[in-house]
Design a protein around this ligand. Sequence first.
Ligand SMILES: [Zn+2]
Length: 256
Amino acid sequence: MDLKLPFEIATNYSSGSQRIRVMTEYWVNNSVFCPSCGNDLNNFENNKPVADFYCKKCSEEFELKSKQGAMGKKIVDGAYSTMIERLKSENNPNFFFLTYDRSTLEIKNFLTIPKYFFIPDIIEKRKALNVTARRAGWIGCNIDIKNIPELGKIFYVQNGAAKSRNEVLGNWNKTEFVKSTHDIESKGWLLDVLICVERIKKNEFSLDEVYNFESFLKAKHPVNNNVKAKIRQQLQYLRDKNIVEFVGRGQYRLKV
Ligand SMILES: [Zn+2]
């Protein structure tokens, strides 16, 4: 995998953002395979409103966002209302995120986030544009990536180092269990408990360690009065899906 943006193909463009768009799309088209099935990806002709790439074999669609410098905690996206609408629809694309070094044009990070990790909770509403702006009143959004479980961030390139093809395909495959949870509220609980388990940062952990996140979860789900029962239920679900295993006496082990 060549980890450099192809400067030579964008020399005819005068706008910096256009050059980056052309180079990053070219790079994805030539270097990135479909994380779901391993096939080559295709560019959408013209300007399709949301997605940029698709896979002919499994029909997955992908939207590409790129940014110079560090990954950061948030990714700036388009209109808030469009994004929320998309989350409810069937044709919400998966997400590609690329970060590069502006002076060397080296690709530092490239990852995909499967569409089923997108819940309204991770979409942050930005302030409406000022009355003096050309698009006064327009409301954009940020994708809050710190509220996405690590499991849902599948890296092809991380801190300048490329991962193997098998690792990418295997990591995508591990997330498939999230796909079968359709109800937004249940999915919210599932992803939140998964984030808590990841934040313990231990391969083997106790139920009490997950209970330590009770107030964090309560703040996210204020109408629920039995957070501990909900935690146990989600751990049970994660066990059924082979993500954790029970090792006895309130102890669990992470399997992924
Ligand atoms: Zn595919």
